[in-house]
Design a protein around this ligand. Structure first.
Ligand SMILES: [Zn+2]
Length: 345
């Protein structure tokens, strides 16, 4: 894995490869940005560039100083995470935090000389998961960084790092990926058809990790159920909605998933209602979406979009999911029922 394979993070890659070229890397970095946009991949690409002793010459001549050859034993060890000069600190399976004992082990490892390369690379994955004791211990390493070690803290929540840790690192920001980048990757590398790829890309909020985590079949099922719920909301008796809210709140992440899909569906309903069917994400459901859009006025759709925004904020601030879903479904029904009455002759 080299820098050339990192998608859509040109700024971050440019900063790092320039610093490599000029031999001006910082001692410590924070790679921050949303989940699943290539932060850890870039950290490993940086490790590769530092630990590769120089592989076979390419068509453009000798290997550039800022990239790994990808083929030599050192590069293969980096890819397999078995290079002795690559140290990875992360939450152990079935644990929630990085412990102080793990930090102490790592401190011992970085205090030794590099085995094979000139440098050692320490990658801290999900650095916001350092326990507070571990973070305080880790601070020592940043205060007196070993001469030959480059440290990279990877996090999607940089605000959770100790300010004293953050201030000792150079921050490299990673952006959400564009829908096109995610969709193109899904089509070209994962063989998804264009419609599925566009749908997954739209709901992934710029995170390739998120788009890849969802099975396309499962995503379509969730999307279909969101369309169903919205289409029926106004016609169903209130008790049905309450029961639905209860069952959504029980499943891990169900409420959040419904809100994200509902958002995408309402966006499509708005496109359909202004006649822009060429802009639909859910092209495979275009007919149904058109039928629903006919029954609902554009202002009701905006009302619905607002309700979605409210529910999303409430869920994010750890509102009780059952209550949030109940309020969302009742208000969605109310918004849609009023407009249906008004639309009647
Ligand atoms: Zn190499």
């Amino acid at each position: 894995m080299g820098f050339q394979e990192i998608l859509g993070q040109e700024d971050a890659v440019l900063v790092l490869s320039r610093s490599l070229e000029n031999d001006r890397l910082a001692h410590a970095y924070v790679f921050s940005g949303p989940e699943g946009v290539g932060k850890a991949l870039t950290a490993f690409a940086l490790a590769g560039a530092l630990l590769c002793p120089g592989g076979p010459e390419g068509p453009e001549g000798p290997r550039a100083a800022n990239r790994a050859c990808g083929a030599c034993p050192a590069c293969r060890k980096v890819a397999a995470r078995s290079h002795p000069d690559l140290i990875v600190l992360e939450v152990l399976p079935d644990k929630k935090e990085i412990s102080i004992d793990q930090v102490r082990d790592v401190q011992r490892a970085v205090s030794l000389r590099a085995y094979e390369g000139r440098k050692k690379v320490l990658i801290v994955n999900a650095a916001d998961c350092l326990s507070s004791a571990a973070a305080n211990a880790f601070l020592k390493t940043l205060e007196e960084p070993p001469e030959d070690t480059i440290i990279v803290l990877v996090t999607s929540q940089p605000h959770l790092l100790l300010p004293t840790i953050r201030s000792r690192c150079q921050e490299v920001r990673f952006r959400p990926l564009s829908d096109e980048t995610v969709a193109r990757f899904l089509v070209e590398r994962k063989g998804l058809d264009r419609a599925r790829a566009a749908m997954l890309a739209a709901v992934s909020a710029g995170s390739l990790g998120k788009a890849l985590a969802g099975e396309p079949g499962e995503a379509a099922a969730r999307r279909d159920s969101a369309i169903d719920i919205l289409a029926r909301a106004a016609a169903e008796p209130m008790e049905e909605r309450t029961a639905l809210a209860e069952s959504l709140a029980k499943g891990e992440g169900e409420a959040e998933a419904l809100i994200e899909w509902a958002d995408l569906v309402v966006r499509d309903l708005l496109m359909a209602s202004i006649g822009r069917t060429d802009r639909l994400v859910n092209v495979d459901r275009a007919e149904d979406l058109g039928r629903i859009a006919e029954r609902i006025s554009t202002s009701a759709l905006f009302g619905l979009a607002e309700e979605i925004g409210r529910a999303r904020t409430a869920l994010r601030w750890r509102g009780n999911p059952r209550l949030v879903m109940d309020v969302f479904l009742q208000s969605a029904a109310a918004v849609m029922a009023v407009q249906r009455e008004a639309a009647r002759p």
